[in-house]
Design a protein around this ligand. Structure first.
Ligand SMILES: Nc1nc2c(c(=O)[nH]1)N[C@H]1C(S)=C(S)[C@@H](COP(=O)(O)OP(=O)(O)OC[C@H]3O[C@@H](n4cnc5c(=O)[nH]c(N)nc54)[C@H](O)[C@@H]3O)O[C@H]1N2
Ligand SMILES: Nc1nc2c(c(=O)[nH]1)N[C@H]1C(S)=C(S)[C@@H](COP(=O)(O)OP(=O)(O)OC[C@H]3O[C@@H](n4cnc5c(=O)[nH]c(N)nc54)[C@H](O)[C@@H]3O)O[C@H]1N2
Ligand code: SF4
Ligand SMILES: [Mo]
Length: 649
């Protein structure tokens, strides 16, 4: 008889599904959805099944390893000798260069409560160098903070009140399945679901209309729809006059363009702009959902702020079933004092989107040691070539993970990590308002340790060891204290998903905004970004989007034998004399890589769609091409500001 363990998917995914692991004779035989989770409602995605395969993969590394980076020889070692060597090197580096010569790089792969203690370890060790900025969602948050004071998204359960939906740069079929029943319900009831995406993504087939703007030009599209609403005299005057600030400046920006000019700038027919405005006006309330694709532009804030402004004009702010929503703060429920950042308020931080460059140029002290958990920056940070060069020059690298991926291959010491199936913890979400239990379904595989166990045991080598030595239950009681104060118990948290008691269903329904004026803030400035690269040599915008099949770079070494399948419009392929299935070289001003071509007449002619995540060692990796530049607002990685050309091999 299989045993059922209630748990939660902790992977880097906004869905954070409630899961049930069926365990038979100590093995997970099925990982399915928990019917008691109000959003995932018993459904888990195809990647959950894949995750079980990953957890049991014969290629997963289950013992600590030492690596001779010169000869390439890997050697199995004990945890004792691994920790001894790491602690010794930490002390040496600290004594010789100071703690800032150690860089702690925390990736995004797991965002559970106990992961906060990883940071605590490094704060107790001394003010090591950390990171700031993000490869993921910070740009959107920072941009929306400018308009709303504090970004708060509608509870996804609130979309039950929406009569229409706009998916603006979001691909729920691949990345966010809890939206699928919402979309189906709206359409069943005759409402429209509009996809706005330069890429014809997997979500196109579940939407009524696909608006396919030129990449990175959504600000013009949002402004065009706003202009149309104003031309019809249908803007929400009451909201504008009583609850907003800066509207006249925004209107001045709109006045500097004609509707035709805006339509041309985003390359969307006027008729589709009229349709968008019509849906916002006639199918109220419309939920506007921003995805993460929008963040990866240098001027992403223009796009996001224009969309916020459009939502405000259309009367969607603070309204049931409406709103302009994006993400949630997955660490909001916890007491962040335990991270210990205040111990070293002035410690050095490197800008994550420029991590290669930042490591290379770090001086006084130069980086002597890097410790990576839950990340694969060599593959996933922009400009992989530079990141690899930076790691190569650092004398001592420790990587904790599951497989020998690109980053692990640069390690001197590799530490085997558990998967969430092997851990006890809790996890909040960046895609909704539920905290879920992570209950241990199976014992740690091989000699793998959770990050918690790793840092607790490593702490024992230092004077602050006793501080760390508390049980999981004790730590969670401390970390989740704000939740417990709101009446939630740890027992409840471990039994199933718990909604954050204070999270609003409909933010800003009281029309209060944490902006300096207390009002919604319209965008008041718009400087048109110029195109940085020559059109002729690199004619295609590289859209290095999420893959439907896999999550970030979480694949196995065996998956690296194939080339990434990239999509291009057949007319462009014909111009270049390239055939479907052909192997090509993709070249940017940063680097080059190989890929397999697939012709797709639904794509724009000025884009190449290149799913991110395949490793460098496959010779077919998106970030060998991406430029390392940082967004103007929010310190985000502007991956999509990359142009490429392709050639036959
Ligand atoms: N299957 C799968 N699921 C995943 C992931 C994965 O790798 N694979 N990754 C996870 C992670 S880390 C995250 S952050 C989320 C991301 O979740 P999503 O935001 O849904 O996914 P993305 O692929 O990042 O971007 C969504 C869409 O934005 C579009 N886009 C890009 N630029 C523009 C633009 O200028 N304008 C408009 N309108 N659209 C644009 C892209 O073409 C893409 O189709 O998904 C998570 N879930
Ligand atoms: N070109 C391009 N690149 C992108 C993006 C893009 O749109 N285009 N999007 C970006 C986005 S949204 C994101 S979030 C980042 C993700 O970037 P990263 O977080 O760097 O990449 P992942 O692939 O999630 O890293 C997974 C690694 O974490 C390890 N791991 C998993 N769980 C654990 C654990 O519990 N403990 C430890 N120690 N290790 C663990 C896995 O074994 C694996 O090595 O990539 C970004 N990269
Ligand atoms: S949708 Fe996301 S959270 Fe849900 S099972 Fe799949 S990967 Fe995990
Ligand atoms: Mo992400």
């Amino acid at each position: 008889m299989a045993r059922e363990v209630v748990t939660t998917c902790t992977r880097d995914c906004p869905n954070t599904c409630g899961l049930i692991a069926q365990v038979d004779q100590g093995q997970v035989v099925l990982l399915g959805g928990n019917p008691r989770h109000p959003l995932s409602r018993g459904v888990a995605c195809h990647k959950a099944k894949e995750f079980v395969r990953r957890a049991y993969s014969s290629e997963r590394i289950l013992t600590p390893l030492r690596h001779n980076r010169k000869t390439g020889v890997w050697q199995r070692i004990t945890w004792d000798s691994a920790l001894n060597e790491i602690a010794g090197r930490m002390n040496e580096v600290k004594d010789q260069y100071g703690a800032e010569a150690i860089l702690y790089y925390r990736g995004f792969a797991q965002r559970t409560a106990l992961r906060l203690l990883n940071e605590r370890f490094f704060n107790l060790l001394g003010g090591v160098t950390g990171t700031y900025g993000t490869l993921c969602g910070g740009t959107g948050q920072a941009s929306q903070n400018l308009d709303f004071g504090c970004r708060i998204s509608h509870d996804p359960l609130d979309y039950e009140h929406s009569n229409s939906l706009v998916l603006w740069g979001r691909n729920p079929v691949a990345t966010n399945p809890y939206l699928l029943p919402v979309i189906a319900r709206i359409r069943r009831q005759g409402g429209s679901v509009i996809l706005i995406d330069p890429v014809a993504s997997e979500s196109k087939r579940i939407c009524d209309v696909h608006i396919q703007p030129a990449p990175g030009k959504d600000a013009f599209l949002a402004m065009a729809a706003a202009k149309q609403i104003l031309a019809l005299g249908r803007e929400d005057r009451e909201f504008i006059e009583s609850h907003s600030q800066g509207f006249c400046h925004f209107q001045r920006i709109l006045d500097s363009f004609t509707l035709q000019e805006l339509a041309q700038a985003c390359d969307v027919p006027v008729q589709q702009i009229e349709l968008l405005a019509d849906v916002l006006l006639e199918q109220k309330p419309t939920g506007i959902l921003l995805g993460w694709g929008l963040h990866r532009w240098e001027y992403a804030h223009h796009m996001i702020r224009s969309i916020d402004a459009l939502g405000a004009l259309a009367g969607l702010i603070g309204v049931k079933g409406g709103g302009v929503s994006q993400g949630f703060e997955e660490y909001a429920p916890y007491d962040l004092d335990w991270v210990g950042d205040s111990l070293h308020p002035n410690r050095r931080k490197l800008l994550m989107p420029l991590i290669g460059e930042e490591i290379l140029k770090a001086q006084a002290p130069p980086i002597q040691m890097i410790f990576v958990t839950a990340g694969n920056p060599l593959c996933m940070a922009p400009n992989s070539g530079k990141v690899a060069a930076a790691f190569a020059q650092v004398p001592f690298v420790v990587v904790a993970g599951h497989f020998l991926d690109d980053t692990a291959e640069q390690a001197d010491i590799f530490l085997p990590s558990t998967t969430f199936l092997e851990e006890q913890d809790i996890v909040a979400s960046y895609g909704h308002n539920y905290v879920g239990p992570v209950n241990q379904a199976i014992p740690p595989q091989g000699e793998s340790w959770s990050d918690f166990e790793l840092f607790q045991n490593l702490a024992a080598y230092f004077p602050f060891g006793p501080d760390f030595k508390r049980s999981i239950e004790e730590w969670l009681t401390l970390l989740a204290a704000p939740l417990l104060r709101q009446g939630v118990t740890l027992e409840e948290l471990w039994a199933g998903p718990v909604r954050l008691p204070e999270a609003p269903m409909v933010p800003y329904s009281d029309r209060k905004f944490a902006t300096p004026s207390g009002r919604f803030q319209f965008m008041t400035e718009f400087n048109r970004p110029s195109c940085l690269e020559g059109k002729e040599s690199y004619p295609y915008q590289l859209m290095s989007v999420s893959s439907y099949e896999w999550l970030c770079s979480e694949m196995t070494p065996a998956d690296q034998d194939e080339l990434t399948v990239i999509r291009i419009h057949p007319k462009e392929a014909a111009k270049l004399n390239l055939a479907d299935g052909e192997t090509v070289r993709v070249i940017s001003n940063v680097g080059a890589t190989k890929a397999r071509l697939k012709l797709d007449s639904e794509q724009r002619q000025d884009t190449i769609i290149f799913p991110r995540g395949r490793w460098l060692k496959s010779g077919s990796s998106a970030n060998l091409l991406t430029r390392d530049i940082v967004s103007k607002v929010g310190n985000g990685a502007s991956y999509y500001e990359t142009k490429v050309r392709i050639e036959p091999i």
